[in-house]
Ligand binder design. Structure first.
Ligand code: ATR
Length: 513
């Protein structure tokens, strides 16, 4: 089991203890970041382990390494020595660990640490990228064999994380901590055990303005949602890939389910810049299944050995599974959409129904393929007419731009209207893409967006008396189908009932520093 370290970066000892006391149940170790303390508080560090009542790492991080210490090396060594001085026979009164940078050569400090059982974490930080030869770096940092080697680099791509992961497999007997800082490396922190790390650093993100390092997760979330302490080398890994993934609720959905079912599985966010490298990394990490989201749903298809008819029809894949050493793809958005729509209109198919599809992007493609499969006739309306034509021609549908002509045509395809663009979504333009369309009140109206719960488009439709549905039901249905693909089990009914009671307010996005 890898340990959870809570980084304490407050300005006073008192505040650090307050934070530690609130979150101690999640942490195995605390790190006192002396560099974050006010100058006069730095004189009080010696008694901290005794007050903290948990193994503590003594760290005085320089600004060049991402910390706040701006004084000279002499002053820093003095402070480190002060932290290690007057060691007690009862080791709980002393710092359990001291972080000494790879380039800090002060034998007396190391000797003081060793004499009283303070373990040395030999650290190296690179804030502007990764190191070319990580194995060589590990080798060069190996000194007496009783130290922990910490290498923290800034991953700028999925390929960077892959290199770090490959290096993590070398020197299996050497205790080490390998971290990829930044968004790309977030899963190196969650899957610390798989990365062969002795511990993972976290912050109490609800208590502080900035985390101790970029990409750190909240201590409570790591412990409770990701069930970090249960992750072993054998734990099955699933996750979601896309970019930047900051608003995804899937880690909450799947990890909550794994927790309820007590499954030996974890679901991590895998922000990725390249689907090819993501699949290579997933193979090395022995990932069993991935949800795929924007912007990778189309490009990931190239890396698949097999894929379903839904993927072929929609030109997009949102579910990838590892089957007998191969990557196979499916698209649960398609079935999630049609199950949701058919339930909403209380029909078994769309025969004899005329449908308007607004938009001609990836989501619209999946919708159009399903409308066709279910026997509906459609009009595809899009700002860029050529794209509307591209999608519509696949199914012999009509197409038009979102202009006067298009809006007029809508009246003929108005039994069901489905909005698939990003217009109206949180973070995008808060508008209705078909503002000039006059709803009669008889249309069944669906918007794939679920944040906000009611877009300007749905609001206008509801005001005219239409029945409306947002994308929440669809997203739950597609996630349930994915869960089935991943685990072979149905999502438990009680979980869905609880979701229905609380609605989209219960969905938690990833919190990351
Ligand atoms: P997705 O995979 O979510 O469908 P996408 O493939 O990027 O995302 O497609 C975005 C869709 O939203 C497109 O239909 C786009 O219209 P264009 O093809 O003309 O770009 C549509 N869209 C985005 N912003 C829009 C806006 N301000 N007004 C109208 N349509 C918009």
């Amino acid at each position: 089991m890898a340990k959870i370290c809570l980084c304490l970066t407050a300005k006073t000892i008192e505040r650090n203890l307050e934070i530690l006391n609130k979150y101690r149940k999640y942490a195995d170790i605390a790190e006192l970041r002396v560099d974050c303390l006010d100058a006069d508080e730095r004189f009080l560090i010696r008694r901290f382990p005794e007050l903290a009542k948990i193994p503590v790492i003594l760290t005085i991080r320089r600004d060049v390494d991402g910390g706040h210490f701006t004084g000279g090396e002499g002053a820093r060594v003095n402070l480190l020595a002060r932290g290690l001085a007057f060691a007690e026979a009862d080791s709980r009164m002393n710092f359990a660990y001291v972080d000494i940078e790879d380039d800090l050569e002060v034998p007396s400090l190391e000797e003081a640490a060793r004499t009283f059982g303070t373990k040395i974490i030999r650290s190296f930080h690179k804030l502007d990228g990764i190191i070319d030869d990580i194995p060589a770096k590990i080798k060069s940092m190996q000194r007496s064999g009783d130290e922990i080697i910490k290498i923290a680099v800034s991953a700028k791509s999925t390929a960077d994380v892959l290199k770090v992961f490959q290096a993590s497999k070398l020197y299996p007997k050497q205790e080490k901590i390998l971290i990829c800082m930044g968004l790309y490396g977030i899963y190196s922190r969650i899957l610390a055990k798989k990365f062969g790390s002795y511990l993972t650093y976290t912050s109490a993100l609800s208590e502080i303005e900035t985390p101790a390092a970029s990409g750190q997760l909240d201590v409570q979330e790591l412990a409770e949602l990701y069930r970090f302490k249960k992750i072993t080398k054998k734990t099955k890994v699933f996750g979601i890939t896309g970019f930047p993934l900051k608003a995804t609720i899937s880690p909450w959905f799947f990890n909550t389910l794994f927790g309820l079912e007590n499954a030996d599985a974890v679901y991590a966010p895998f922000p990725a810049d390249s689907t090819a490298n993501m699949l290579a990394l997933a193979e090395e990490l022995d990932v069993q299944g991935l949800s795929v989201t924007v912007p990778h749903k189309e490009t990931i298809i190239k890396g698949l050995s097999e894929y379903s008819l839904a993927v072929r029809s929609a030109g997009a894949c949102n579910t990838v599974l590892r089957r007998e050493g191969l990557w196979v793809g499916g698209n649960t958005d398609c079935a999630g959409f049609s199950d949701s729509l058919l339930t909403f209109i209380n029909k078994k198919n769309l025969k004899h129904l005329k449908v308007t599809i607004i938009g001609a992007g990836g989501a619209a493609r999946a919708v159009a393929s399903e409308v066709f499969r279910l026997g509906g006739k459609a009009l595809v309306l899009n700002r860029t007419i050529q794209k509307a034509k591209d999608v519509a021609s696949l199914y012999n549908f009509h197409w038009a731009g979102i202009d006067e002509h298009g809006i007029k045509l809508m009246a003929k395809y108005s039994e069901i209207i489905i909005q698939t663009t990003s217009v109206g979504m949180d973070g995008y333009e808060a508008a209705n893409p078909v503002e000039r369309y006059n709803f009669s009140g008889k249309e069944a109206v669906m918007d794939l967006i679920y944040t906000p719960a009611e877009t300007p488009f749905l609001k206008q439709a509801a005001a005219a008396g239409c029945r409306t549905l947002n994308g929440y039901d669809m997203v739950i249905r597609q996630a349930c189908l994915q869960y089935f693909h991943f685990t072979g089990r149905e999502v438990p009914k009680q979980f869905l009932e609880r979701l229905n009671e609380t609605g989209e307010n219960s969905w938690n996005k990833i919190r990351m520093g």
